[in-house]
Write a protein that binds this ligand. Sequence first.
Ligand SMILES: [Cu+2]
Length: 222
Amino acid sequence: MLFKSAATLLAFAGLVAAQGTPSTELKHGYANVTNLNGDMVINFTFDKVEGGMNITLTGIKGLSTSVAIDKAAGFQYHVHVKPVGPNYGCMATEGHLNPFNGSLPCNKANLTACEIGDLAGKHGNIVPTEDGTFPTISYIDTQLSFTEPANGALVGRSIVIHNNGTRVACGNLVVDGYTAPAANGTSTGAATNPTATGKNSAAKLVGSAALTGVVALFMMAL
Ligand SMILES: [Cu+2]
């Protein structure tokens, strides 16, 4: 790449520094969970609140009619580490978000020993009411965050619904204001380095490191 002027160089450096370093605090996310047919729907919202993450499930439909289900057990659901694959490929999401090597099944008497992505284990399965409808579900999870830990933040993840051992629906977890790290071949989608930590010094370090690299490149081109 040839830079024709210092202005171009600086503009490019600015672009590099801007990627993966959103200036806004990450406060809200959502996941529109469904299946390939679109006949199963669950809308998740994630809102950062004092003491944790407020998670709400609304508009739940289709779960009791679309699959050969075990209604009594209800539906398990989790945060999975990878995004959804093509054609609602729920297997592409891989395993549960579990940076602290928590155990499955979750023991509700000792939540800190659970997998942090095991939402159903910690807060209960999605269970239909007598008439087959699903009530809105809402709770505060004290372990999940958009930024921490670095290898277990909610950015770049997905939600998967299970019943009777089958992954029946899934959807990506979208976080407002989050830009994935620049695609340079090293991004795995596992969000190993969420950059919106709110620590400006870290963001500046990343920016200056990028600038230094670009300047070095520019010098070599001369
Ligand atoms: Cu799961």
